[in-house]
Design a protein around this ligand. Sequence first.
Ligand code: NAD
Length: 486
Amino acid sequence: MRQVQLKGIDCRNFINGQYVEAAEDRKFLNINPATEEVIGWVAEATQDEVDFAVKAAKAAVKGEWSTYTVKQRSQIIRKIGDLILENLEQFAMLEALDTGKPYALAMEMDIKRAAHNFHFFADYVTSLGNEAYNQDNIALHYTVTRPVGVVAMINPWNLPLLLLTWKLAPCLAAGSTAVMKPAELTPMTATMLAEICKQAGVPNGVVNVVHGFGKDSAGAYLSEHPLVDAITFTGETRTGTTIMKAAAPTLKKVSFELGGKNPAIIFADSDIDEVVETTLHSSFRNQGQVCLCASRIYVERSIMDEFLQKFVARTEELVVGDPFDANTNIGAVIGKEHYEKVMRYIEIAREEGGTILTGGKRPAHMEKGYFIEPTIVVGLDENSRCVKEEIFGPVVTVWPFDSEEEVIGYANDTTYGLGATIWTNDLRRAHRVAGQIESGIVWVNTWYLRDLRTPFGGMKQSGIGREGGAHSFEFYCEQSNVTIKL
Ligand code: NAD
């Protein structure tokens, strides 16, 4: 299935159109979580390098880039998408090496969708007009849209290229410029993307990549830099609050996509086999490390036994193993620290009186790497830590319910509000329940089905703002209203 050589790349910072040589004492090692082997090094950007990248991006907002027509920008953005597809296998290989996720999943979910993000915004930007209002022939008002300026993009490790391109494509469409900071654990595809952008014709300074960590490193330097106009951040809720504080003194515009503890609500009238198949994905795709994974599953009591029997049986058929084996469904989690965190939650589930129906340990056949069996826990009440806190791994809890009102209460009893899934064939109930769930995204009889025009984001502590189509575009723009007295 794979025709590329399995080999990581060293990750230099990319500033003002070129890779910057790294000092020896700034290099840290990049580890493949599936093998625990070193796959390259990463150059941690100094504060001066971050400053240099931000200043290059600032100059580029008003430079050659500002003279490009919408059509020219659209062509460049499309070309980036095309080049990602031309290098599909290489990108997927780097993503799988960096994250431990199955190569086949990287190909389909991460890289093809990353290319699609560019193709979508290449089309989208050419279809835009401006608002205009004639005020009773007294005045004509019209809106002028201009780039917001330099956007810092701070990214997580779970869907590295996909989430980064979800920010970069609309940013370029709007004529803004970017300083991207990939997660320290997954720097490779962002590094490769920088080169692709250059090949596609992006002028120097428009796209920059700086590597490093959060605190006292590139993440913090970007968050507080006075010349950064806006920050788009995807990651943990706690990190979001830190970034917000750092951005407050210079009142940067922010867009936050944060954590979740998403419910799946399964009513007795749903098609149980379809529910089980989709719930396998919503529970364990990407080792459960998708912000939209449904980790709290509520099942109407009359079908609880049947659901559990089928769900456990199908979960036990999932193959955990080498990400580059075509039969693998579940790869490694992102790294040692995260592995220990998820394992600790499994211990907590036992301590809190939960029963592990399947999983709960590392697979016996995997000697190396951070592998965890997909795990189903029952018997934990609403207040247990495993039900309240985001685990972000292949662990779900299942709990029965008796009434619609009761389950809506469970679903909303969380500080998060990102995604929810409802399974029912009762049309009225579907609408009724969907309207009461406090969640930015509600799926009925499906999961992870996206149309890039729709608003994507979280309520409560799952985020600030929305991404997607016009929602994304607006973030990367400033608008001025011009009033002409007639
Ligand atoms: P994280 O918050 O630990 O790190 C994300 C990024 O922030 C990294 O690049 C990191 O270096 C940087 N960072 C950390 N501390 C910082 C600081 N003080 N200042 C500036 N930058 C800092 O998150 P993670 O562990 O990489 O990702 C997992 C989390 O992301 C989960 O909570 C998950 O739900 C969330 N997530 C949300 C969405 C969504 O769309 N809502 C999508 C994917 C992931």
